[in-house]
Each structure stands twice: as structure tokens, then as C-alpha cells.
Design a protein around this ligand. Structure first.
Ligand SMILES: NC(=O)c1ccc[n+]([C@@H]2O[C@H](COP(=O)([O-])OP(=O)(O)OC[C@H]3O[C@@H](n4cnc5c(N)ncnc54)[C@H](OP(=O)(O)O)[C@@H]3O)[C@@H](O)[C@H]2O)c1
Length: 304
């Protein structure tokens, strides 16, 4: 018997319930995976809150969670590709807050040698999104990338991936995370009034900003992007809104193969997630409350 975290109505994280679940054997193209770590993302609590209730209403009971890593325990009939005992990364829309899951093999990526399952569980959403956004902005050597919200999951991955692409990084965060950004190799700047001016003064040392990844999407971050980046075509945002749309800033397009690309960088030692908080899976509601603060450093992980 496995355990799942589910909800039957939209609301605060407290609507989450814990319950047992009997999984069927895997069907054709399916694999059963025992999850060892599950990544938590802001999308999870917004999903529970009902952000998609009009555009894509969920069928209840619903299980949050878009990413996890674990070990294959059963494979469907006549199946080739994954075998029992393989370590895999799972990435889907919902359904990850479980000890065990039946998943489509198409949603799996092998865990590269040298990457722990806890790190692997953090790769799909933050790593895959950061990778896609930086490729979309065509970041490469000689670029100076401004990353708004550089201390969060997407931001901290982007700081590292941009440097792996040969770029220099200016990252924004609160006072609490300035040293953290320095440790990641970024030039830190605090957000708040005067943001563009502070970035400009750092740019005197690093070079002018040539690309932007905005992982917070505030009026302030969008205004700074407009002011600092003459070529709007090299700005990408993960939280689009009215301001970014008016400014012509592109929403991130997720690239096929992004999970494998980010996992490869992790295996090469170029991408490591700071796991700032770990919660037992059954305390998922507390994890969502922590994510909801909007001040997560790196990632939060659930341990089944
Ligand atoms: N479209 C997509 O496919 C996609 C994919 C992934 C994520 N997203 C979205 O992208 C956003 C970031 O995701 P995430 O996983 O990185 O979130 P996260 O891990 O919760 O990151 C939060 C970070 O934002 C920083 N922050 C808070 N207020 C800020 C401000 N006013 N200016 C600059 N930074 C600020 C915080 O730093 P301090 O603590 O230092 O304030 C914190 O480190 C979320 O809205 C998420 O839903 C979209």
C-alpha cells in the first residue's frame, strides 16, 4: 500500500489530506516508481489554491506535485527502455506527492551517474525552466545576464547554468541572500527602489546587461529590464503578466530534452541545488506554506 497527499476542494495548503492508495500493476508503456524525493514548487500551492479552476479544472481527488525522483519497481508488459532498479527522474503536470506512482515512461529521464535522487528531484522544474529560458535568450560567452529572483529555485539554477554557458551573472535578491548569490558566483544586487541604478553600478564592473531572466515578474523587475536591456528580444520571464506583456517580454518556452540537459549539467558538477528545507511527505501542507512565503532559498524537498 502506498501513500498519497490529495485534496478534494481548492483552498489553503491545510486542505491537503494524507491517505493510502492501492496501485494497479503498470499497463503498456507504464512504469511503477518508488519516489525517494519530491520537489516542491510555487505551482503546487497555486494549483491547490485553484489558480487553474476556470481554465483547467481538476478532477478530485487531485494530487499536487510536478517532479520527483526514485527507483523503478515494476515495468508494464513488453516494455523496453527502463528496467527494475533504474534510478529515474519523473516530470509531469500533477500527481507527484506520493510514495509510489504509476507513470508513463515518456515522463521519465534517467538519473545520470553521480547525481543523488534528492538533487535529481529538483531538476525538472527549476533546472529545466532555467535551462529553457537561458537558451531562449540565447545566452552564451560574453553575455552579462541579469537574473531577477536569483536566490529561488529557478533563479539559483539559472545563475549556475548561465555561468556554465560562459556568461557573467548579476542576480537580485533580498539582503539575506546577497552572500548566497556571491557563493553561487553571481554579482548580487538587492531588489527594491533604485534597482536599475544599483544594477548599472555593478555593470560598470561586469559589463552592460545583454540578457535578462525574470523569475519574479514584479512591476519593479519588469521596469528594470526595460531600462537596462535595449534588446527586449533577449529578455525571458517565467511569471508573465500585464507589465511584461506590455513591454514585449517573452514568456519562457519549455524546451524538449530540458530535463536531460539540466541533469547532465548536474552530473558535470555545474548545477547543484541548495536544499534549504526538507519535510516528510506527510507534512506537505507545511512545505506548501513555506513555499508560499515567496522567500525560498534554492529548493524545498519532500521525503516520502
Ligand atoms: N512558466 C513556467 O514554466 C514556470 C516554471 C517554473 C517556475 N515558474 C514561476 O517562476 C517563479 C519563480 O519560481 P521559483 O521556483 O524560482 O520560486 P521560489 O523558489 O519560490 O523563489 C522565490 C525567490 O524569489 C525571490 N524574491 C521574492 N520577492 C522578490 C522580489 N520582489 N524581487 C526579486 N526577487 C524576489 C526570493 O528571494 P529573497 O528571499 O531574497 O527575497 C526567493 O528566493 C514562480 O512564480 C513560479 O511559479 C514558472
Amino acid at each position: 500500500m502506498s501513500t498519497r497527499i490529495y485534496f478534494t476542494e481548492y483552498g489553503e495548503p491545510a486542505v491537503l489530506q494524507v491517505g493510502p492508495e492501492e496501485l494497479a500493476p503498470p499497463g503498456p508503456g507504464q512504469v511503477k516508481v518508488e519516489f525517494r524525493a519530491v520537489g516542491v514548487n510555487p505551482f503546487d500551492w497555486t494549483l491547490v489554491a485553484g489558480v487553474l479552476k476556470n481554465s483547467a479544472p481538476l478532477e478530485f481527488p487531485a494530487v499536487p506535485g510536478s517532479e520527483a525522483a526514485g527507483v523503478v519497481t515494476e515495468v508494464g508488459p513488453a516494455f523496453e527502455g527502463f528496467a527494475i532498479g533504474d534510478e529515474v527522474i519523473w516530470n509531469g503536470f500533477t500527481g507527484g506527492y506520493r510514495t509510489e506512482a504509476l507513470v508513463s515512461a515518456e515522463q521519465l529521464t534517467p538519473v545520470p551517474v553521480g547525481v543523488s535522487l534528492e538533487q535529481a528531484a529538483c531538476i525538472p522544474v527549476a533546472g529545466g525552466t532555467a535551462y529553457s529560458a537561458l537558451r531562449q535568450a540565447k545566452v552564451g560567452p560574453d553575455d552579462v545576464v541579469l537574473i531577477h529572483a536569483a536566490a529561488g529555485g529557478v533563479g539559483s539554477a539559472a545563475v549556475q547554468i548561465a555561468q556554465a554557458f560562459g556568461a557573467s551573472v548579476i542576480g537580485t535578491a533580498s539582503e539575506n541572500n546577497q552572500d548566497y548569490l556571491r557563493e553561487l558566483g553571481a554579482f548580487p544586487v538587492t531588489y527594491g527602489p533604485g534597482l536599475a541604478e544599483r544594477v548599472r553600478s555593478v555593470a560598470e564592473e561586469v559589463g552592460p546587461v545583454t540578457a535578462v531572466l525574470d523569475a519574479v515578474g514584479t512591476e519593479e523587475s519588469v521596469a528594470a529590464t526595460i531600462e537596462l536591456l535595449p534588446d527586449r528580444g533577449r529578455a525571458v520571464i517565467t511569471v508573465p503578466g500585464r507589465h511584461s506583456r506590455d513591454a514585449g517580454i517573452a514568456k519562457v518556452r519549455l524546451e524538449d530534452g530540458r530535463v536531460w540537459e539540466a541533469a547532465t549539467l548536474a552530473a558535470e558538477g555545474l548545477l547543484t541545488f541548495t536544499i534549504s528545507q526538507r519535510f516528510p511527505l506527510i507534512e506537505a501542507a507545511d512545505a506548501l506554506e513555506a513555499s508560499r512565503t515567496g522567500h525560498v532559498r534554492g529548493k524545498i524537498v519532500l521525503l516520502p
